[in-house]
Design a protein around this ligand. Sequence first.
Ligand code: GUN
Length: 278
Amino acid sequence: MATIMDGKALSLKLKEQMKQRIAQLKQQGINPKLVVVLVGDNSASQVYVRNKHKSCGEVGIESEVITMPEQTTQQELLEVVERLNQDETVDGILVQLPLPKQIDEKTVLRSILPEKDVDGFTCRISADERDLMPCTPAGVMEMLRYAGVAVAGKRCVVVGRSNIVGKPMAALLLQADGTVTVCHSKTRDLAAVTREADILVAAVGKPHFITADMVKEGAVVIDVGVNRMAEKKLLGDVDFEAVEKKASFITPVPGGVGLMTIAMLMKNTVRAAAQQTI
Ligand code: GUN
């Protein structure tokens, strides 16, 4: 049976550390502030934004939510981002995705100053320590580190190539000296590839897509999937019950990577605040 990698416990621990760091910063007159921009009325986004706002309050980060109507134009949103870019009291800017269809996400995300981009979407993933790392992949790396799983030399397989998770995840594993393969909808004989993985990251967005026959005995299995089913039930991309019997480590859904994403957002905001004042 696998050891469960508890994202809740680790995120609470990180939040405690952050509280202390924020208290120190405040003594130096630095007051970390995050602004989240929510456009439209996507109900899942509303829940995510509320959770981010609540977490900020818990660790002592000032946070503001700007809500804009569904019909907002790209120009109106760009003007808000520009105002926040210029505002010296704002350390982190997060534009919640998805955006309404009349707005081009790439144009908006690119307009955020990299030093305020707490999502880490503009990150080049170089060895530059000032870069703010993309939150979900950074949360996964933190979980691996905490569990004592070394990445160097391991066969790492990432299933999914999204800009938010799959691609930056592959880049961070590569940076940590893993041997990385990225799989996607056109990959031939997917199961043969995933069975090679010492570390398997599932970021597909399909409930229970990774079944036990796709996993090597003793693999470390990270589930980034958050699939909302009927009655608000959350399912991961991994068939947890079956895969747990084969894996050495596994993340649950809920209670795994998702909570780490918010913790990393807080961490990026604190780093942004500390760096911008230097
Ligand atoms: N929508 C779903 N996940 C995310 C995220 O991590 N950041 C932003 N900005 N939007 C999201």
